[in-house]
Design a protein around this ligand. Structure first.
Ligand code: HEC
Length: 300
């Protein structure tokens, strides 16, 4: 197929080196981010590995306990012995009274086990201040709005930049059809917005926790796809995409599309789309009078 742009395989070696350098470092960064997620959110419920509970505890909070308890059963578990943790939790459950703080021995444990990290000089909660401990002994409401706004804007700016360049590099690929390239390039942005939105929704209600995982997985899959195709086209085009006679293998996207049609997927998709449109229109028609009434009530 004639292409009026220079494809990845035809790029000059220096440009290939540049693209590969960028893609490699970004991939390592992605890996580090995943490890970080595993160690912070992943430990939120005290068990290694990411689960729905982790997401709920991180954003919605563990409403049946306090932040201290959640953390002592989670990522802070290794910092104190079973007995010491039990002592702190008991004190917290008894109302975290200042009068009992020293007497119960909790203060001694905190000073021995926690203050080396949790002190004035660090950016994490300072446990030499009783009020800070008292605050963390209240009901665990998950992520705060200020922490969510901070992390949200960092993610939106940072990740959109990463996908800008990964997408730009991948846009020179020639082994996917234009339609599937557009989907692969656009998808991370849709998932990114859904990812951020799902944090806020999960803060409001735990039932949205699955959306966090879905959006994160969606971003990961698009990244992996664009990354792999770009690297392979630059460095191993003939081996991967051509057969021994030097002819093109059928495009992956065309194989998938063919199978999709064969199974009646396209029909189902179009039906789903039509249904979605209809549902949107009818719910809008129902919502409009309510919105109007609400507006008039506000005005009046
Ligand atoms: C080795 C250093 C270290 C020690 C020791 C340590 N912590 Fe932490 N703690 C951290 C770091 C870093 C964070 C923030 C990142 C995180 O949540 O994992 C944190 C976060 C917390 C939080 C969550 C604070 C918040 O605002 O969400 C609590 C609660 C906590 N620690 C309790 C404790 C208790 C109780 C002890 C003592 C038994 C302790 N930590 C000992 C490093 C430490």
């Amino acid at each position: 197929m004639a292409r009026d742009f220079s494809s990845l395989k035809q790029l000059d070696t220096p440009v290939k080196v540049l693209f590969t350098g960028y893609l490699s470092t970004v991939a390592v960064g992605y890996l580090m981010a995943l490890i970080q997620i595993l160690f912070t959110h992943g430990m939120a419920d005290g068990k290694f590995g990411l689960s729905i509970d982790d997401i709920v505890y991180s954003y919605y909070g563990n409403r049946s306990g306090s932040v201290i308890e959640t953390q002592l059963n989670g990522s802070m578990k290794e910092n104190a012995s079973e007995q010491e943790r039990f002592l702190i939790m008991q004190w917290v459950r008894d109302g975290a009274d200042q009068a009992d703080y020293a007497k119960s021995g909790v203060q001694a444990v905190i000073e021995k086990r926690c203050v080396m990290c949790h002190n004035k000089e660090s950016s994490i909660p300072n446990f030499t201040d009783f009020n800070v401990i008292k605050e963390l002994a209240q009901e665990d409401k998950g992520a705060t709005f200020s922490s969510l706004t901070r992390v949200s804007h960092i993610h939106l700016f940072g990740i959109s930049f990463i996908f800008m360049f990964v997408g730009l590099i991948f846009s020179f690929a020639e082994t996917s059809t234009t339609k599937y390239k557009s989907i692969a390039i656009g998808m991370p942005y849709v998932f990114l917005l859904f990812d951020i939105l799902s944090w806020w929704l999960t803060k409001l209600h735990p039932m949205f926790a699955w959306l966090v995982i879905l959006a994160g997985a969606g971003m990961g899959v698009s990244f992996l796809f664009m990354w792999t195709v770009s690297i392979l086209e630059m460095w191993a085009f003939d081996k991967v995409f051509l057969n021994t006679e030097g002819e093109h293998h059928p495009k992956w996207s065309e194989i998938v599309e063919g199978k999709f049609k064969q199974w009646g997927g396209e029909d189902a998709f179009n039906k789903g789309l039509a249904f979605g449109k209809q549902a949107a229109v009818s719910s809008w028609n129902q919502a409009l009078p309510l919105l109007k009434a609400w507006y008039h009530k506000l005005k009046g």
